[in-house]
Ligand binder design. Structure first.
Ligand code: FE2
Length: 277
């Protein structure tokens, strides 16, 4: 058994946006501290995009500074707030890897498992994208280890949350393209995403999709109708605690724990045997 922590939607920025920067950096640091306290310690951390707010080099430099001294291997993916060029400029190392077309897509190999990071960034759009080049890369990557239980990490969830102003049309081309690839590879046990700043899960075809909470602020859980052309003053984001997902790889399957970042007082201790004979 081993674990991998997933962080997402860090939205690190610069002093140009001081309030957001101070808050988002503090929340990311609290999340990383929580991950470091976990036992057993996760063997890796994956970050599923929206690493920064505007895709600027200075923002990625601030991100890099937060990870200074953090000694668990980190693997970055991209979201709609990221830009591939500036990200690669600041992280030319193997924390960011690209396929032959320049998409931030790569496999993280373990003895009995794999994590495959995919790139759903569509330049200039808030929603996701997964073009035929990316789909064919995923298809051939999954073909290389067809019997190895695999977790896919990407930014945009292909499932609806019910928070309507953020949800994608489930019939959009990129979602159907992703579905067609996943249906061919039964070793894919789960897909894990970010983007929604609120944890939820749902089946996508025969694959479980989980969405991790943001390390920055969370989306308000409001499942009522909304007219996306008429702002009505409703709350859409709130300062719920930062969070992350802990993926446990065990006996060929993957369990996802949604976690709050922070330190909590102890409530009950193990003082008596769980089993008495
Ligand atoms: Fe985000």
């Amino acid at each position: 058994m081993f674990t991998v922590a997933q962080i997402t939607d860090l939205h690190i920025t610069t002093d140009r946006d001081k309030l957001n920067q101070e808050r988002n950096e503090a929340r990311l640091r609290a999340t990383l501290a929580s991950i470091m306290r976990l036992r057993p310690r996760p063997v890796a951390v994956i970050a599923t995009g929206d690493l920064v707010d505007r895709g600027e080099v200075d923002e990625y430099r601030n991100l890099k500074a937060v990870f200074e001294g953090f000694d668990i291997p980190v693997h970055f993916g991209v979201g709609n707030h990221d830009l591939r060029g500036p990200l690669r400029e600041v992280f030319p190392d193997d924390r960011v890897r690209t396929d032959k077309n320049g998409f931030v897509q790569y496999a993280i190999e373990f003895d009995d498992y794999r994590i495959v990071m995919c790139d759903t960034l569509e330049a200039g759009a808030a929603g996701g994208g997964f073009c035929s080049k990316r789909a064919s890369w995923l298809n051939s990557t999954l073909r290389k280890r067809p019997r190895t239980p695999t977790l896919i990490g990407l930014h945009h969830p292909p499932i609806p949350s019910g928070i309507r102003w953020m949800d994608e049309d489930p019939s959009s081309g990129w979602i159907r393209r992703l579905d067609r690839v996943l249906r061919k590879h039964s070793q894919v046990r789960a897909v894990t995403c970010g983007h929604m700043h609120r944890p939820h899960s749902r089946l996508f075809g025969r694959t479980m999709v989980t969405v991790a909470p943001a390390t920055s602020i969370q989306l308000t859980l409001d499942l009522t109708e909304v007219d996306v052309r008429v702002p009505d003053g409703r709350e859409i984001l709130l300062e719920e605690p930062a969070g992350f997902t802990l993926h446990m790889f065990d006996r060929g399957e993957i369990t996802a724990h949604t976690c709050l970042a922070g330190e909590w007082p102890s409530a009950v201790q193990y003082l008596y045997p769980f089993l008495k004979d």
